[in-house]
Design a binder for this molecule. Structure first.
Ligand code: CMX
Length: 440
């Protein structure tokens, strides 16, 4: 069986030739226009990014290399065996995102083994993380740790020694495998430093990426391992325009190595309109529960509606709802709901999430601003973690950060393999816009 490195060595020239042909035959054709609204409105829907690993449809949601989440659940290998014996593993998804092919169980397992081998964290990084104040947000701690790991970047070393540009992708792949391998370790250290005594649980070579991450965090329950697999799969990639993926791609386009590129992506993920919504949702649910308990009222459709309006009237967003691209319920929300129905149907917070879903879309529609009143991925993840006793919700975005690396860096691999150029779109001033529209 070919390793991931051997598989990609065969594939890279094929994909390079395909891209050359695409450019030669279709390079001059128009795929979109840009309006003034789009220019000053965050570039919504402007087709100007090249992203191979996934594609987002506004109605249908995300597809990874053409496969929807339910299709991944039917086709990708699991920890126990072939597809269908539980949640797919993130390693299997990574193989798919990198190679455009559904892996066999043996191929997915070889990637598990490859990552396990590379997972050690150097002592200087452990010491650095221990020196950080517990009050530093876990996302900031994760970024500090990843930046410190950059000392060992194989791409940066190869570049400094003058390697030919045709070889960039090989060194990039080395870094990417290292980053994927070490991120759960870093994340577990951040968790323990922030909430525990600095020590992490032990890992086991017979387990997969997700179960080992769970053990490092102190969780030892097969059901929680399944949740971790689902979580890491569904948060991994959401095409190229989201802030964390785009930032990673942009920074990578300067030939910053994968450590530098993904640290930048993590900083984008840490914003409340993006990945921080993961923690904000749980805070919002707990606040509403606390408020109505204190007032002696039940949490039901009426009180949730009241709380949602209070949030909107105080000039805040309802976290976990809305999306820049999606115009329907996020299938990542649906897959988490199905997990909850299977494993925790009677959980109190899960039921509240369900009731929120029954009322908030109507509230947001009546409010009249939000283009998409439906839930996104972040509206469900927190209650699943909470159910298993994972209550440190300031940390939740770190889990998102471990997952998003899988998609964003799979694309960085192809950016280097396909020789993608420095990203440099054109900006214009308001004066330029006025002159342009008046003269056209
Ligand atoms: N609650 C209240 N208002 C909302 C809203 C929400 N959940 N979602 C959008 N709006 C508002 C916007 O703030 C905007 O208001 P202004 O015109 O006053 O600026 C208006 O509706 C139009 O926004 P939009 O075009 O529908 O949405 P955007 O593409 O600008 O923003 C997003 C998308 C996700 C940032 C926004 O829906 C939001 O803030 N949601 C809550 C935060 C959240 O859940 N983020 C996580 C997204 C998923 C992820 O990246 O992890």
């Amino acid at each position: 069986m070919a390793s991931i490195q051997e598989t990609l060595t065969e594939l890279v020239p094929v994909k390079q030739a395909e891209l050359v042909a695409l450019k030669k035959e279709h390079g001059h054709k128009v795929i979109g226009d840009v309006t003034v609204d789009q220019c000053i409105g965050g570039g919504r829907d402007i087709k100007s990014l090249f992203w191979e690993t996934s594609l987002l449809d506004a109605q249908e949601g995300i597809r990874f290399r053409g496969y929807s989440i339910p299709e991944l659940q039917q086709k990708l290998p699991t920890f126990k065996g072939p597809a269908g014996q539980g949640e797919p593993t993130p390693e299997a998804l990574v193989w798919l995102m990198l190679t455009d092919t559904i892996p066999t169980k043996a191929e997915a397992d070889s990637l598990t083994h490859e990552l396990y081998k590379r997972s050690e964290i150097p002592q200087h990084v452990v010491a650095l993380l221990k020196s950080l104040p517990k009050s530093l947000h876990p996302m900031s701690q994760l970024v500090v740790g990843l930046m410190a790991l950059q000392k060992d970047s194989k791409f940066a070393a190869a570049y400094a020694s003058g390697v030919h540009k045709k070889e960039y992708w090989k060194h990039t792949l080395e870094d990417i495998l290292d980053v994927w391998a070490k991120l759960p370790e870093l994340a577990a250290l951040v968790f323990s430093n922030t909430y525990k005594d600095g020590s992490v649980g032990s890992k086991d070579p017979s387990l997969d990426y997700s179960a080992n991450f769970a053990r490092r965090l102190g969780y030892n329950k097969p059901e929680f391992d399944e949740l971790m697999r689902l979580y890491l799969v569904i948060h991994s990639d959401h095409e190229g325009g989201n802030a964390s993926a785009h930032t990673t791609h942009l920074v990578g386009s300067t030939l910053s190595d994968p450590y530098l590129s993904y640290s930048a992506g993590l900083n984008a993920l840490a914003g409340p309109l993006h990945g921080l919504a993961n923690q904000e949702v749980l805070g919002w649910i707990l606040d509403l529960q606390k408020k109505f308990k204190a007032e002696g009222k039940p949490v039901n459709k009426e009180t949730i509606t009241q709380f949602a309006w209070e949030t909107l009237k105080s000039g805040k967003v309802i976290p976990g709802y809305g999306h820049a691209v999606l115009r329907k319920t996020d299938p990542r929300y649906t897959s988490q709901r199905e997990f909850a129905l299977k494993y925790l149907p009677d959980d109190e917070l899960f039921k509240i999430v369900g009731t929120i879903y029954e009322v908030v879309p109507d509230v947001l529609t009546e409010h009249g601003k939000t283009k998409n009143p439906y839930p996104n991925v972040d509206s469900h993840s927190g209650v699943l973690l909470w159910h298993y006793g994972f209550k440190e919700f300031n940390y939740y975005t770190v889990l998102f950060g471990v997952s998003r690396a899988l998609g964003a860096l799979s694309q960085v691999f192809w950016d280097r393999a396909l020789g993608m150029p420095l990203e440099r779109p054109k900006s214009v001033t308001s004066k330029w816009i006025l002159e342009h529209v008046n003269n056209s």
